[in-house]
Design a protein around this ligand. Structure first.
Ligand SMILES: Nc1ncnc2c1ncn2[C@@H]1O[C@H](COP(=O)(O)OP(=O)(O)OP(=O)(O)O)[C@@H](O)[C@H]1O
Length: 294
Protein backbone atom coordinates (compact mmCIF):
# COMPACT_ATOMS: atom_id res chain seq x y z
CA UNK A 1 0.00 0.00 0.00
CA UNK A 2 1.39 3.40 -0.98
CA UNK A 3 -0.68 5.39 1.50
CA UNK A 4 -2.84 4.10 4.30
CA UNK A 5 -4.36 6.72 6.56
CA UNK A 6 -6.92 5.49 9.04
CA UNK A 7 -9.26 7.60 11.11
CA UNK A 8 -6.83 10.51 11.33
CA UNK A 9 -7.89 13.22 13.72
CA UNK A 10 -6.04 16.45 14.37
CA UNK A 11 -6.97 19.12 16.83
CA UNK A 12 -5.51 22.60 17.30
CA UNK A 13 -6.43 23.29 20.92
CA UNK A 14 -10.19 22.77 20.88
CA UNK A 15 -10.64 23.04 17.13
CA UNK A 16 -10.97 19.65 15.44
CA UNK A 17 -9.46 20.31 12.01
CA UNK A 18 -9.23 16.75 10.68
CA UNK A 19 -12.27 14.74 11.65
CA UNK A 20 -11.32 11.15 10.93
CA UNK A 21 -9.59 11.07 7.56
CA UNK A 22 -9.22 7.79 5.69
CA UNK A 23 -7.03 7.42 2.62
CA UNK A 24 -6.01 4.23 0.86
CA UNK A 25 -3.83 4.48 -2.23
CA UNK A 26 -2.87 1.14 -3.67
CA UNK A 27 -1.51 2.00 -7.08
CA UNK A 28 0.63 4.88 -8.37
CA UNK A 29 -1.41 7.87 -9.44
CA UNK A 30 -1.86 11.62 -9.17
CA UNK A 31 -4.41 12.77 -6.62
CA UNK A 32 -5.47 16.37 -6.16
CA UNK A 33 -6.36 17.73 -2.77
CA UNK A 34 -8.85 20.54 -3.15
CA UNK A 35 -10.82 22.56 -0.65
CA UNK A 36 -11.52 26.08 0.59
CA UNK A 37 -8.96 28.08 2.56
CA UNK A 38 -8.64 26.73 6.04
CA UNK A 39 -10.26 23.39 5.25
CA UNK A 40 -7.23 21.44 6.51
CA UNK A 41 -5.17 20.50 3.45
CA UNK A 42 -1.83 21.69 4.81
CA UNK A 43 -2.61 20.18 8.19
CA UNK A 44 -3.27 16.82 6.52
CA UNK A 45 -0.03 16.92 4.53
CA UNK A 46 1.93 18.04 7.61
CA UNK A 47 0.46 15.16 9.63
CA UNK A 48 1.27 12.68 6.88
CA UNK A 49 4.88 13.80 6.84
CA UNK A 50 5.11 13.78 10.65
CA UNK A 51 5.70 17.52 10.88
CA UNK A 52 2.64 17.62 13.10
CA UNK A 53 1.69 15.05 15.68
CA UNK A 54 -1.72 13.51 15.25
CA UNK A 55 -4.32 13.17 17.99
CA UNK A 56 -5.82 9.92 16.78
CA UNK A 57 -5.50 7.42 13.98
CA UNK A 58 -2.62 5.90 12.05
CA UNK A 59 -0.62 6.78 8.96
CA UNK A 60 1.47 4.45 6.82
CA UNK A 61 3.45 5.52 3.80
CA UNK A 62 5.01 2.92 1.50
CA UNK A 63 4.17 0.25 4.04
CA UNK A 64 5.99 1.95 6.92
CA UNK A 65 4.86 4.09 9.82
CA UNK A 66 4.99 7.74 8.79
CA UNK A 67 7.42 8.24 11.68
CA UNK A 68 10.01 5.93 10.12
CA UNK A 69 12.94 8.19 9.23
CA UNK A 70 14.03 5.95 6.35
CA UNK A 71 11.00 7.28 4.44
CA UNK A 72 13.07 10.40 3.96
CA UNK A 73 14.70 8.70 0.92
CA UNK A 74 11.49 7.82 -0.86
CA UNK A 75 8.99 10.47 0.18
CA UNK A 76 9.33 14.15 -0.69
CA UNK A 77 7.22 17.03 0.48
CA UNK A 78 7.04 20.38 -1.31
CA UNK A 79 6.09 22.90 1.33
CA UNK A 80 5.79 26.61 1.62
CA UNK A 81 8.91 28.55 0.54
CA UNK A 82 9.47 29.68 4.13
CA UNK A 83 11.50 26.49 4.56
CA UNK A 84 14.22 27.98 2.32
CA UNK A 85 17.31 29.70 3.71
CA UNK A 86 17.70 33.23 2.36
CA UNK A 87 21.46 33.33 2.93
CA UNK A 88 22.09 30.16 0.95
CA UNK A 89 22.01 29.73 -2.80
CA UNK A 90 19.78 27.35 -4.70
CA UNK A 91 22.87 25.23 -5.34
CA UNK A 92 23.59 25.06 -1.59
CA UNK A 93 20.09 23.72 -0.95
CA UNK A 94 20.40 21.04 -3.59
CA UNK A 95 23.93 20.08 -2.50
CA UNK A 96 22.73 19.72 1.07
CA UNK A 97 19.98 17.33 0.00
CA UNK A 98 22.42 15.30 -2.08
CA UNK A 99 24.77 14.97 0.89
CA UNK A 100 22.03 14.10 3.36
CA UNK A 101 20.43 11.53 1.08
CA UNK A 102 23.62 10.15 -0.52
CA UNK A 103 22.61 11.29 -3.99
CA UNK A 104 25.28 11.70 -6.63
CA UNK A 105 25.87 15.45 -7.11
CA UNK A 106 25.73 15.03 -10.87
CA UNK A 107 21.97 14.93 -10.33
CA UNK A 108 22.03 18.64 -9.49
CA UNK A 109 22.84 19.64 -13.06
CA UNK A 110 20.18 17.31 -14.40
CA UNK A 111 17.44 18.54 -12.13
CA UNK A 112 18.37 22.20 -12.57
CA UNK A 113 18.04 21.84 -16.32
CA UNK A 114 14.78 20.02 -15.99
CA UNK A 115 13.27 22.68 -13.76
CA UNK A 116 14.89 25.55 -15.68
CA UNK A 117 16.70 27.40 -12.91
CA UNK A 118 20.21 27.41 -14.33
CA UNK A 119 20.61 31.18 -14.52
CA UNK A 120 20.06 31.84 -10.82
CA UNK A 121 21.30 28.64 -9.25
CA UNK A 122 24.24 30.42 -7.61
CA UNK A 123 22.25 33.43 -6.38
CA UNK A 124 21.21 33.73 -2.76
CA UNK A 125 17.63 32.65 -2.23
CA UNK A 126 16.75 35.94 -0.56
CA UNK A 127 17.07 37.50 -4.01
CA UNK A 128 14.77 34.98 -5.67
CA UNK A 129 11.32 35.88 -6.93
CA UNK A 130 8.34 33.86 -5.74
CA UNK A 131 8.40 31.76 -8.91
CA UNK A 132 12.18 31.17 -8.63
CA UNK A 133 11.68 29.89 -5.08
CA UNK A 134 8.98 27.59 -6.37
CA UNK A 135 11.37 26.22 -9.00
CA UNK A 136 13.94 25.54 -6.33
CA UNK A 137 11.37 23.80 -4.13
CA UNK A 138 10.43 21.62 -7.08
CA UNK A 139 14.06 20.76 -7.79
CA UNK A 140 14.54 19.89 -4.11
CA UNK A 141 11.67 17.40 -4.06
CA UNK A 142 12.38 15.60 -7.30
CA UNK A 143 16.15 15.27 -7.02
CA UNK A 144 15.78 12.05 -4.99
CA UNK A 145 13.31 10.53 -7.48
CA UNK A 146 10.72 9.89 -4.77
CA UNK A 147 8.15 7.11 -4.89
CA UNK A 148 5.67 9.37 -3.12
CA UNK A 149 5.56 13.12 -3.63
CA UNK A 150 3.36 15.37 -1.51
CA UNK A 151 2.94 18.95 -2.72
CA UNK A 152 1.29 21.89 -1.01
CA UNK A 153 0.33 24.59 -3.50
CA UNK A 154 3.24 23.96 -5.89
CA UNK A 155 1.86 26.33 -8.53
CA UNK A 156 2.09 29.33 -6.23
CA UNK A 157 3.59 32.25 -8.17
CA UNK A 158 4.48 30.29 -11.30
CA UNK A 159 4.14 32.00 -14.66
CA UNK A 160 2.25 30.07 -17.35
CA UNK A 161 5.41 28.63 -18.92
CA UNK A 162 6.67 27.42 -15.54
CA UNK A 163 3.26 26.01 -14.67
CA UNK A 164 3.23 24.03 -17.92
CA UNK A 165 6.75 22.83 -17.23
CA UNK A 166 5.78 21.74 -13.73
CA UNK A 167 2.74 19.94 -15.10
CA UNK A 168 4.89 18.07 -17.61
CA UNK A 169 7.37 17.10 -14.92
CA UNK A 170 4.57 15.77 -12.70
CA UNK A 171 3.01 13.84 -15.57
CA UNK A 172 6.40 12.34 -16.43
CA UNK A 173 6.95 11.35 -12.80
CA UNK A 174 3.51 9.77 -12.66
CA UNK A 175 4.31 7.84 -15.80
CA UNK A 176 7.33 6.24 -14.16
CA UNK A 177 5.25 5.25 -11.13
CA UNK A 178 5.52 8.16 -8.71
CA UNK A 179 2.42 8.74 -6.62
CA UNK A 180 1.70 12.44 -6.25
CA UNK A 181 -0.72 14.12 -3.88
CA UNK A 182 -0.98 17.76 -4.84
CA UNK A 183 -3.01 20.43 -3.11
CA UNK A 184 -3.98 23.34 -5.29
CA UNK A 185 -6.59 26.02 -5.82
CA UNK A 186 -5.83 26.08 -9.55
CA UNK A 187 -8.63 23.89 -10.78
CA UNK A 188 -7.76 24.23 -14.47
CA UNK A 189 -4.31 22.82 -13.75
CA UNK A 190 -5.86 20.07 -11.64
CA UNK A 191 -8.03 19.07 -14.60
CA UNK A 192 -4.91 18.76 -16.72
CA UNK A 193 -3.15 16.64 -14.11
CA UNK A 194 -5.78 14.23 -12.87
CA UNK A 195 -9.40 13.22 -12.59
CA UNK A 196 -9.01 11.93 -9.08
CA UNK A 197 -9.77 14.58 -6.53
CA UNK A 198 -10.06 14.49 -2.79
CA UNK A 199 -12.30 17.38 -1.85
CA UNK A 200 -11.68 18.53 1.68
CA UNK A 201 -14.88 19.60 3.34
CA UNK A 202 -15.48 20.30 7.02
CA UNK A 203 -12.38 18.37 8.04
CA UNK A 204 -13.43 15.30 6.05
CA UNK A 205 -12.50 14.00 2.63
CA UNK A 206 -14.86 13.37 -0.21
CA UNK A 207 -13.05 11.23 -2.75
CA UNK A 208 -14.17 11.51 -6.29
CA UNK A 209 -13.12 10.37 -9.69
CA UNK A 210 -14.44 13.00 -12.05
CA UNK A 211 -14.15 10.48 -14.87
CA UNK A 212 -17.19 8.78 -13.40
CA UNK A 213 -19.11 12.00 -13.05
CA UNK A 214 -20.86 12.90 -16.22
CA UNK A 215 -23.34 15.65 -16.35
CA UNK A 216 -26.26 14.99 -18.59
CA UNK A 217 -24.83 17.70 -20.73
CA UNK A 218 -23.97 17.34 -24.39
CA UNK A 219 -22.47 19.46 -27.09
CA UNK A 220 -24.19 18.73 -30.38
CA UNK A 221 -22.61 19.95 -33.62
CA UNK A 222 -25.11 20.57 -36.38
CA UNK A 223 -24.82 21.58 -40.02
CA UNK A 224 -27.42 24.34 -39.89
CA UNK A 225 -27.49 26.24 -36.62
CA UNK A 226 -30.09 28.80 -37.66
CA UNK A 227 -32.60 26.15 -38.59
CA UNK A 228 -31.82 24.08 -35.51
CA UNK A 229 -32.41 27.10 -33.29
CA UNK A 230 -35.67 27.79 -35.04
CA UNK A 231 -37.08 24.26 -34.62
CA UNK A 232 -35.90 23.87 -31.05
CA UNK A 233 -37.46 27.19 -30.11
CA UNK A 234 -40.68 26.22 -31.84
CA UNK A 235 -40.83 22.99 -29.85
CA UNK A 236 -39.83 24.68 -26.60
CA UNK A 237 -36.76 22.48 -26.15
CA UNK A 238 -34.17 24.18 -23.95
CA UNK A 239 -30.59 24.53 -25.24
CA UNK A 240 -27.85 27.12 -25.39
CA UNK A 241 -25.44 28.04 -28.12
CA UNK A 242 -21.90 26.94 -27.20
CA UNK A 243 -20.45 28.41 -30.39
CA UNK A 244 -21.47 28.70 -34.03
CA UNK A 245 -22.61 25.26 -35.11
CA UNK A 246 -22.55 23.79 -31.60
CA UNK A 247 -25.60 23.50 -29.38
CA UNK A 248 -25.32 22.74 -25.70
CA UNK A 249 -28.08 20.54 -24.37
CA UNK A 250 -28.70 19.31 -20.84
CA UNK A 251 -31.08 16.41 -20.30
CA UNK A 252 -33.94 17.25 -17.98
CA UNK A 253 -37.60 16.73 -18.85
CA UNK A 254 -36.45 16.44 -22.43
CA UNK A 255 -34.24 13.43 -23.13
CA UNK A 256 -31.28 13.44 -25.48
CA UNK A 257 -33.24 11.13 -27.76
CA UNK A 258 -36.10 13.65 -28.00
CA UNK A 259 -33.58 16.38 -28.75
CA UNK A 260 -32.05 14.27 -31.54
CA UNK A 261 -35.46 13.27 -32.89
CA UNK A 262 -36.48 16.90 -33.13
CA UNK A 263 -33.41 17.72 -35.22
CA UNK A 264 -33.76 14.59 -37.37
CA UNK A 265 -37.44 15.22 -38.07
CA UNK A 266 -36.49 18.61 -39.43
CA UNK A 267 -33.67 17.26 -41.61
CA UNK A 268 -30.96 18.96 -39.59
CA UNK A 269 -27.76 16.99 -39.94
CA UNK A 270 -26.06 16.09 -36.64
CA UNK A 271 -22.31 16.06 -37.13
CA UNK A 272 -21.28 14.95 -33.65
CA UNK A 273 -22.54 14.55 -30.08
CA UNK A 274 -20.10 14.91 -27.22
CA UNK A 275 -20.81 14.17 -23.62
CA UNK A 276 -19.38 16.89 -21.38
CA UNK A 277 -17.25 15.65 -18.53
CA UNK A 278 -17.51 17.50 -15.25
CA UNK A 279 -14.41 19.55 -14.55
CA UNK A 280 -12.92 20.23 -11.13
CA UNK A 281 -14.23 23.79 -11.05
CA UNK A 282 -17.81 22.79 -11.74
CA UNK A 283 -17.68 20.07 -9.12
CA UNK A 284 -16.08 22.45 -6.65
CA UNK A 285 -18.87 24.94 -7.18
CA UNK A 286 -21.48 22.25 -6.65
CA UNK A 287 -19.84 21.22 -3.40
CA UNK A 288 -18.86 24.56 -1.95
CA UNK A 289 -21.00 27.27 -3.49
CA UNK A 290 -22.49 29.47 -0.83
CA UNK A 291 -20.04 28.31 1.80
CA UNK A 292 -17.75 30.93 3.18
CA UNK A 293 -14.14 29.81 3.51
CA UNK A 294 -12.52 30.27 6.90
N1 LIG B 1 -0.57 26.17 13.97
C1 LIG B 1 -1.89 26.32 14.06
N2 LIG B 1 -2.47 26.61 15.22
C2 LIG B 1 -3.81 26.75 15.33
N3 LIG B 1 -4.66 26.60 14.30
C3 LIG B 1 -4.13 26.32 13.10
C4 LIG B 1 -2.71 26.15 12.91
N4 LIG B 1 -2.49 25.86 11.59
C5 LIG B 1 -3.71 25.84 11.01
N5 LIG B 1 -4.69 26.11 11.90
C6 LIG B 1 -6.14 26.12 11.62
O1 LIG B 1 -6.49 24.87 11.05
C7 LIG B 1 -7.43 25.02 10.02
C8 LIG B 1 -6.89 24.36 8.76
O2 LIG B 1 -5.76 25.09 8.30
P1 LIG B 1 -4.88 24.57 7.06
O3 LIG B 1 -3.72 25.50 6.94
O4 LIG B 1 -4.60 23.14 7.23
O5 LIG B 1 -5.92 24.79 5.86
P2 LIG B 1 -5.67 24.74 4.28
O6 LIG B 1 -6.79 23.95 3.72
O7 LIG B 1 -4.29 24.29 3.98
O8 LIG B 1 -5.85 26.26 3.90
P3 LIG B 1 -5.28 27.13 2.65
O9 LIG B 1 -6.04 26.68 1.44
O10 LIG B 1 -5.64 28.53 3.05
O11 LIG B 1 -3.81 26.90 2.55
C9 LIG B 1 -7.69 26.52 9.91
O12 LIG B 1 -8.86 26.82 10.63
C10 LIG B 1 -6.49 27.15 10.56
O13 LIG B 1 -6.82 28.37 11.16
Amino acid sequence: MIVNVENLKKRYKKQLVLKGINIKIESPQIIALVGPNGSGKTTLLNCMTNLLTVNEGSIELLGKSHKDSSLFYDVSYLQDNRILYGDLTGYDHLKFICQAQHIDQSKIKEVVERVGMGSYLKKRVRNYSLGMKQHLLLAMVIINEPKLLLMDEPLNGLDPTSAINMRNILLELAEIGTTIIVSSHNLDEIDRLTNTIYFMKDGALLKESLTDLHLNQYEVSVSNTDKAVEVLNAKGIPYSLAEKGVLRFEESDVSLQQFIDCLNENQIEIISIENQKVGAEKRYRELFEGEASV
